[in-house]
Design a protein around this ligand. Sequence first.
Ligand code: ZN
Length: 250
Amino acid sequence: MLNHSILIGRILGIPIRVHILLLILLPVLATLYSSNFMFGLLLVIGVFTSVALHELGHSWVAMRKGCHVQEIVLTPIGGVARMSHIPSKPMDEFLIAIGGPLVSLALGILGVFSISELFFVLGAINLMLFGFNLLPCFPMDGGRVLRAYLAHRKGRLQATRIAAEVGKYFCILFIIFGVMRLNFFLAFIGFYIYRAGQMEYRMVLMENQTNRFSGHREGHIEVEISPPPYAESERGLGTLKKKLRNLFRR
Ligand code: ZN
């Protein structure tokens, strides 16, 4: 899925790529976000810039922990940072997992206090990104935080098994909710994350069985996903905007 992407630049030495499908879907997403096409387009570009910054948040912490970040790819269902040599100490994993959401939170706070309509909406979406990614849905950020917490008490394998199990129920909810509300992005995200969680559990299981796990995952490439919680509709986004306005601008 990550092939077919175009290099748009490098930040912190990390190549940032955009998947061709995202470029094709850009106009569709723009109309999904707003009835004003230009506003919608700027919004979608802003959302994916935010997703890239979120991934850079993870990547920056990861690199400080000795991890190699190969690239960041922006796809229609979110950002993917491909990493290798990932430290497995629960504390390091927690810090890498929290790095992305903290960037989203900071962007969200900056945005909702901005006087520009575009940045205000982007701020609201970043706050959604922050909340959505912190759901304990492994291998999303919140799920990684949960695994890091559990790994302290139960060991890595058990922690991954429980986190993947909890994540499975969230994914089922995403799929049911997505299909019911005709939000197929959410349904697909549910399916994709479920598969990613199961794959990662199997990987940890294999590491455990071969017993060659040495604290760092040599050669393994791990994928960090941060799907943007697509607004179900312009109406959904409108409701959120209204709530935030009431909260910040009485
Ligand atoms: Zn993330």
